[in-house]
Design a binder for this molecule. Sequence first.
Ligand code: F6P
Length: 419
Amino acid sequence: MSGRNAFYAQSGGVTSVINASAWGLIQGCRARPDTFGTVYAGREGIIGALDENLIDTSKFLDDTLEHLLWTPGGAFGSCRYKLKGIEQNRTEYERLIEVFDAHDIGYFFYNGGNDSMDTAHKVSLLASEMGYPLTCIGIPKTIDNDLAATDNCPGFGSVAKYVATSTAEAGYDIASMCGSSTKVFIMEVMGRHAGWIAAAAGLASERAEFPPHMILFPELTFDADDFLNEVDRCVADYGYCVVVASEGIAYADGTFVAESGVKDAFGHAQLGGVAPALAKLVGERTGHKYHYAIADYLQRSARHIASKTDLDQAIAVGEAAARYAAEGLQGVMPAIIRGDGDSYTWSIQPADLSDVANHEKFMPRDFITDNGYAITQAARDYLQPLIEGECFPPFKDGLPEYQRLDLERLVARKLAPRA
Ligand code: F6P
């Protein structure tokens, strides 16, 4: 006899290994047919549940699903969509439960970051209030690495590896001609409020003279004069200056250095454009020739240079989510726990969603040097193991062999469209 069905949704900004978590979860459910029936995935995340757009993952053979292990992006579609508080929009939660009920869904797996853990928590509260039996498990994911209760977040290690690698590579480029050409290179990386991604670039610099020479963290106030003085010092001392800037750096009054003016569904300011803003400043105030790059989606989709540690952890949290649900755990998220020994070890343990929801984990001050522009040994010790190991995708005709799932054949709807 098979168990009740499961619903899985990807949420928010994707990562190069989020599909590996989906693979881990689906395999974990398939291995427990007494507990789980069909795993349905939401077409475009939670919107798929609200609109009753469900993908029947049992239709995909193992060979097809295996591509999830090395294909970036969100294989089932993701979304930035905020379910409001239960008091403000109870009908939306009720619609979710109505859809779950119509498809005998007894398990809700939500693969996302801070906001998604909050949503999973709220859904579990409302389901219990409505007397609907529903097991809610969060699956961590965010390149920003800012989730509480877990040592690190799946998705981050691979971005960290990409950013450190790209910074090192660009450093070799600029060093070649800095005597007669470009003196300043600025790379903008993601990380809205937390500087973990920017910090990871520091792994490329074993000595002060190696790039990146400056890292700009969102945890610290941006001071234009101090920044320009330091750029000049690096150019004088090393011949050039490589800067890695978090998209979220802000002036003392809280204004982002690069705010586009657009806000997303969560009310977050859309960022992007720090690099050109800083480059303009450098050009106007120092006269140095500059180049800049915005890593943007390249960084969170760079599966070709993903970290093996990250991939393994992404799979493990997906598998653990299925295991926890089968064991009867409720309202938890598989968290990554770092071992105490000298060499890096990790394990997975459940953390309460209420401890994760809406908390942001920032870079500790002792991970940043006193001058505010580099990482300390403590930060290196934390970051280094997360980028370890290579797990290249298979290549065909010179390109990674990624694959899109056929998402068009949706499960037949049983309900009227939502109002
Ligand atoms: O998911 C986190 C993140 O990658 C942030 O670092 C970044 O600011 C944001 O997503 C970008 O989101 P979007 O793709 O929705 O503009």
